[in-house]
Design a protein around this ligand. Structure first.
Ligand SMILES: CC(C)(COP(=O)(O)OP(=O)(O)OC[C@H]1O[C@@H](n2cnc3c(N)ncnc32)[C@H](O)[C@@H]1OP(=O)(O)O)[C@@H](O)C(=O)NCCC(=O)NCCSC(=O)C[C@H](O)C(=O)O
Ligand code: MG
Length: 280
């Protein structure tokens, strides 16, 4: 089954109106945030409010506060008791942290890739996350840029190595990789450009912070009609070649091998999953 994670929407757990609205929005998945979007004096109330997100009708992950903060242990206990199936773990630095957390929290753990140490340990973090279920790596460029002292330009070239490291580690562990948020909610052109750049790197989807960001990002990460037609043609060309006892084919003068047919089938499965989601 193809898990749809083109858009992953952050919703502050203490914003009841936004949580209700998330139910009706076209984001594929939701991160209910107990961390940065919630003020310290609202952490306890936010925890209780987060319960209402358990049945949003889409994939939901609870973002807890980081290890070492005053709220972490109670967040972990709450996530376990409330029965959240997926938990986003901020500021992970080593794979061992996830493995230790998994021992006391039976949930799929989605690590945030947002510390310098975490980027350097991306492979072991991705492996530890994959051991907990169909997780995703979630990139956090606000924290990463702050820690390393980077000033990001429009193309994020200053941290492109980190983005690529996340994609390589995530894909090696067969995990989805969710690109970072764009803070400028009003600039849709820049959002689309950034989403396209992330998709070109191999990102599965992008995290978003506002309803207005959902449709443009969904569109970037959905195969368009031409891509679907091309995928169908590749699968057909490969099937014809195999029926004739050949392991390679040509299509419009280009070589087609099994890996191309496999990639084409993934595109078709994604298109089918989107069509099913849109129809429901
Ligand atoms: C940024 C916001 C505070 C803006 O909120 P608001 O002023 O309410 O915006 P609007 O008036 O334009 O909202 C219009 C309607 O949309 C609803 N809304 C807004 N945001 C959301 C949302 N995220 N989910 C669901 N619904 C939302 C409003 O309620 C309005 O609804 P209605 O009244 O019915 O018309 C706000 O967007 C916000 O809080 N966004 C999320 C911020 C957040 O979660 N930040 C933390 C995650 S990002 C991060 O930490 C990155 C990472 O860790 C890193 O290091 O990079
Ligand atoms: Mg962060």
């Amino acid at each position: 089954m193809t898990l749809l994670r083109r858009t992953v929407l952050y919703v502050p757990a203490d914003n009841g109106r936004a949580l209700q609205k998330a139910r009706t929005l076209a984001a594929d998945a939701v991160i209910v945030d107990l961390e940065d979007a919630v003020a310290p004096d609202r952490k306890v109330a936010a925890r209780e409010a987060a319960r209402t997100a358990l049945d949003l009708g889409k994939e939901v992950a609870l973002r807890i506060n980081a290890a070492g903060t005053p709220w972490h242990d109670d967040d972990v206990a709450f996530a376990r008791e409330a029965g959240f199936g997926a938990v986003v773990v901020p500021k992970v630095r080593r794979g061992r942290e996830l493995a230790d957390l998994a021992a006391r929290l039976p949930a799929t753990l989605w690590p945030m890739m947002e510390t310098a140490a975490g980027i350097l340990a991306a492979a072991e973090i991705a492996e530890a996350a994959a051991a907990t279920g169909p997780a995703a790596l979630v990139v956090g460029l606000n924290d990463l840029a702050a820690e390393v002292g980077a000033t990001l330009g429009a193309d994020r070239a200053e941290l492109s190595h980190a983005l690529q490291q996340c994609v390589l580690a995530g894909r090696a562990a067969r995990l989805d990789v969710i690109d970072a948020v764009m803070n400028d909610i009003a600039d849709t052109d820049a959002l689309v450009a950034e989403a396209k750049a992330g998709r070109a790197l191999g990102m599965t989807g992008k995290s978003v912070i506002h309803p207005a960001q959902i449709a443009p990002v969904n569109a970037v990460f959905a195969p368009d009609e031409a891509a679907v037609a091309q995928a169908r043609a590749i699968v057909a060309a490969m099937a014809e070649a195999e029926a004739a006892g050949r392991s390679v084919a040509t299509l419009d003068g280009r070589l087609v091998e099994r890996l191309h047919a496999d990639a084409a089938r993934r595109i078709l499965a994604l298109a089918e999953a989107i069509a099913e989601r849109d129809a429901s």
